[in-house]
Ligand binder design. Structure first.
Ligand code: PHE
Ligand code: ZN
Length: 871
């Protein structure tokens, strides 16, 4: 057990920094085991006070401290595990410090560490304090000059900003000096040193400035950075067009590293990426990889304005940069790949990751008010729900006022660290609306339930819609306020034709009803025929929608809703209800048949894109079903979902084969959205056929795998073989490993594939894989490929009735906690849902959480999440 309960940090305790640092000069003498870091800080007192100077510093070996050139003795300063404290300092002074650090021994991957023999850094959120003493908080903005010295075998020496100088030194060493003219918080500092290949390009910005673009990768990998480069150029152009934002330095660099805690990092002028989100070629990357690379490259680039130029005052404001930047990257992807398909994918992601969080013990508002470890708050709520909140804001005030508010925000806050309040104030000014109610979206956790009921009066030709909302309690927030909710609504008739109507005397096809209070009634006029209501079009608010729609209405929507999101959603809703009915012991066979027929008709719709049809074919996940009706029985859910899949496979057999043959790739591979959509549909067809595995299907899947000329199809074939099981799968799996064992990113896929095997023997195989020579818990990608994939994407095996799946996860969390606490903490979430499951499961999950919390020497990171999950 922990001896002391760690202290929470609270938003209400925020105080401005006691001292400001205008300039810092860093001098790195790099060496894997003993790097020397000298820092020279120009410091001035902020305000009128007599507080000591307190600088953060962890795991630093002190060498020297001097104030205005005079070395400070033991009595004039104190150093402990967390701080350097100097009691008496002048108003303005220079502090020079020197410390030694050990990058090679750094397995947390925060601060300065080694990856693949190269030096690299990760400072967000609080890693800079592991490099040197500094006020490690985002509201201290400083101009950085960085001198790096290293052995010449560390060929490239990179940091933020512009290269001022570089040259040779005696003893086989060399150096480089970088200066970043933009004041920044230290979490945006970066340094990279090592042997790298570089892919170069350039662009001219809208004001005619030339910018050099460089992507640094492992030797030999430069061709695999081509797609990221292309995505970067498109992102830069898009931000100019969509937001009027131009890049500001003469050089923009990206470096890919294999060992990285998260996806990627927006360090000023020097983004650092997890190589899995940067490197791609047709042979080794799937279409999903391409899609994610495009969006993450855009995301990190967009941070240059929303994050770097304007940053957060404190970490409670994290959504100020993250929610907004996700909103921006989603808008970019929608423009690149098609709005409806992108929206469906974003909502799927929200439902898969954010909804469980919001409906469980770890629920927190988009802007939380306290935390133990900020690393634990890089959550789906801050990112994805944070983006939904911005999207609603845009819907509520309109595109024009939204853009004007963004312009105002950029103008007013450029070069500052600010808050969500100030951000929202810009939109109040641009729209002239009072947004104080809207602010509750930032402060209140939980997923609202919105109910829409209709009453049609044929004689009066009116449709009365009755809307109401309710947000269930979440930890620490028992009573919820109503939230302003934009509900986009359109009407269809029984034949699927759009029904026009009048609202407040105006004729229209679609309207946004803003539900402000607990309940409201809206009357639409001129409704000529009995309507089918298409509510929450485009998923206009992040809520759970409950309607009085009957299955026949949903079939109309599935066949004809011009809002493609709701067309997809209608299919999902039908499938969800059918599976829940079966899992609850009341199967509706007639309904299942009818659903299969309707899906068959949707598949033959010539007007619909393949990418959309692929999404239609994918049934709601088992996790989504577990969330929909509680207590959940994972075995019954799995069974129900497989039954519906088999029924679809039987019913659609001919159509699925036709798709599989007809969508074969003709020309050369192209990663574009249309080609990817065709592959997605073809693979979805195969996946469904695998639910009805006759020998022809085994042959088809084997042929699919063997003929694959790209990674998407190889994984598609292998997955189908996995679902079928047997020797054909074993052979292909062995072949795949043998073919790709020297490609780490592909080996990750090999682990991940087995981790999501729903077959009977899969749990044993997963346990065994931790002893595989290629398994490496120090590498977050490899660890997550096996452990997170298993715990979050393989519900039927994770919830093994014996509890062995839970035990495996807890064992891994404890093992990894000793190596890398922030990565370990992100594995806790799947156990956090224990209350939602039937007690025979839930109790076993809970017992593992208790075992974790009771472990000696546990990190704050894991402690915070595991103890909250139990509370
Ligand atoms: N700020 C990064 C992003 O979302 C995420 C990140 C956080 C990366 C913390 C590393 C460490 O773009
Ligand atoms: Zn981000």
């Amino acid at each position: 057990m922990r001896t002391e309960t760690p202290q929470a940090i609270r938003l209400s305790d925020y105080r401005p920094p006691a001292y400001l640092i205008d300039e810092v000069e860093l001098h790195f003498d790099l060496s894997p085991n003993a790097t020397r870091v000298k820092a020279r800080l120009d410091i001035r007192r902020n305000g009128d006070h007599a507080e000591p100077l307190v600088l953060n510093g962890e795991r630093l070996k002190p060498v020297s401290v001097a104030l205005n050139g005079r070395a400070l003795g033991e009595g004039e300063r104190t150093v402990d595990d967390e701080f350097l404290t100097i009691p008496n300092v002048p108003d303005v002074f220079t502090l020079e410090t020197e410390v030694e650090i050990d990058p090679q021994a750094n397995t947390h991957l925060e601060g300065l560490y080694m990856s693949g023999g190269r030096f690299c850094t990760q400072c967000e959120a609080e890693g800079f304090r592991k490099i040197t003493w500094f006020p490690d908080r985002p509201d201290v903005l400083t101009r950085f000059t960085v001198r790096i010295e290293a052995d010449r075998k560390f060929q490239h020496l990179l940091s933020n900003g512009n290269l001022l100088e570089a040259g040779e030194l005696p003893g086989g060493r060399h150096y480089a000096v970088w200066n970043d003219p933009f004041p920044k918080p230290c979490y945006l500092f970066a340094l990279v040193a090592g042997e790298l290949d570089v892919l170069e390009d350039s662009i001219t910005t809208m004001s005619g400035r030339k910018v050099e673009l460089k992507i640094y990768v492992d030797p030999g990998m430069a061709p695999r950075a081509a797609y990221a480069m292309d995505a970067l150029k498109r992102s830069m152009k898009w931000d100019e067009e969509a937001f009027g934002r131009e890049y500001d330095l003469d050089l923009f660099m990206i470096v890919a590293v294999r060992d990285f805690n998260f996806g990627a990092m927006e360090n000023k002028g020097l983004n650092i990426f997890n190589s899995s989100l940067l490197l791609a070629d047709p042979a080794t990357a799937t279409d999903l990889d391409y899609e994610r690379i495009e969006s993450v490259v855009a995301h990190e680039y967009f941070h240059n304005w929303t994050g770097d130029r304007i940053t957060c005052r404190d970490w409670f404001q994290l959504c100020l940069k993250e929610g907004l930047t996700v909103f921006r990257d989603q808008s970019f992807s929608a423009d690149m790949r098609g709005e409806a398909v992108q929206r469906i994918k974003d909502v799927k992601q929200l439902r898969a990751r954010q909804f469980p969080e919001d409906q469980g013990p770890l629920a927190h508002p988009v802007r939380p008010s306290s935390y133990l470890k900020i690393d634990n708050f890089y959550t789906a709520t801050i990112y994805e729900k944070g983006a939904e909140v911005i999207r609603m804001l845009k819907t509520l005030i309109g595109a024009q006022a939204f853009r004007a508010g963004m312009d105002l925000y950029f103008e007013r806050w450029d070069g500052h660290a600010t808050t969500v309040e100030e951000f929202i104030r810009c939109f109040e000014e641009s729209s002239g609306q009072d947004l104080s109610d809207f602010f509750a979206w930032y402060e209140q956790a939980g997923t609202p339930k919105v109910t829409v009921k209709r009453r049609y009066d044929e004689a009066a030709r009116t449709l009365e819609l009755e809307l109401s909302q309710e947000t269930p309690p979440t930890p620490g927030q028992p009573n919820k306020r109503p939230l302003p909710l934009p509900v986009a609504v359109g009407l269809l008739d029984a034949e699927g034709r759009t029904l026009a109507f009048e609202r407040d005397g105006q004729a229209m096809d679609e309207t946004v009803i803003v539900l402000k209070d607990g309940a409201a009634k809206v009357t639409l006029h001129g409704v000529d025929r009995p309507p089918v209501v298409s509510a929450l079009r485009g998923f206009s608010a992040p809520v759970t929608l409950i309607t009085d729609a009957e299955p026949k209405d949903r079939y109309v929507l599935l066949a004809s809703d011009p809002d493609l999101f709701n067309r997809w959603e209608a299919g999902q809703g039908l499938a969800r209800d059918l599976m829940l009915a079966r899992a609850g012991g009341a199967p509706n066979e007639v309904g299942e048949e009818r659903f299969a027929e309707a899906v068959g008709r949707a598949l033959t719709d010539q007007a619909a894109e393949p990418a959309f049809k692929a999404l239609l074919l994918a049934l709601p996940s088992e996790q989504e079903l577990a969330l929909a009706r509680q207590p959940a029985d994972p075995a019954a859910i799995h069974e129900a979902r497989e039954t519906l899949r088999t029924r679809l496979a039987l019913h659609l057999d001919e159509e699925l084969r036709r798709l599989h043959t007809g969508l074969q790739q003709l020309g050369e591979f192209s990663p574009d959205a249309v080609s990817a959509g065709r592959r997605a549909l073809r693979n979805a067809a195969l996946d469904l056929m695998a639910a009805n595995p006759r020998s022809e299907v085994v042959e088809l899947a084997r042929g699919h795998y063997e003929a694959a000329s790209n990674m998407t199809d190889a994984i598609g074939g292998l997955s189908a073989l996995m679902l079928i099981g047997g020797q054909a799968f074993e052979d292909a799996l062995a072949h795949f490993y043998d073919r790709w064992k020297d490609e780490p990113l592909v080996v990750d896929k090999w682990f991940a594939l087995q981790a999501r095997d729903p077959g009977d023997g899969a749990l044993g195989r997963v346990l065994g894989l931790t002893a595989h020579p290629a398994f490496d818990p120090k590498n977050p990608n490899r660890l997550r490929a096996l452990v997170s994939t298993f715990a979050s994407m393989n519900p039927s095996r994770f919830h093994d009735p014996s509890g062995a799946g839970y035990r495996f996860l807890a064992d891994q969390i404890l093992a990894v906690d000793a190596i890398n606490p922030s990565v370990a903490a992100r594995l806790v979430e799947p156990l956090g849902g224990w209350r939602r499951y039937r007690p025979e499961y839930g109790e076993l999950m809970k017992a593992e959480l208790q075992r974790i919390v009771g472990t000696e020497g546990l990190s704050k990171n894991v402690y915070e999440l595991a103890s909250k999950a139990l509370a």
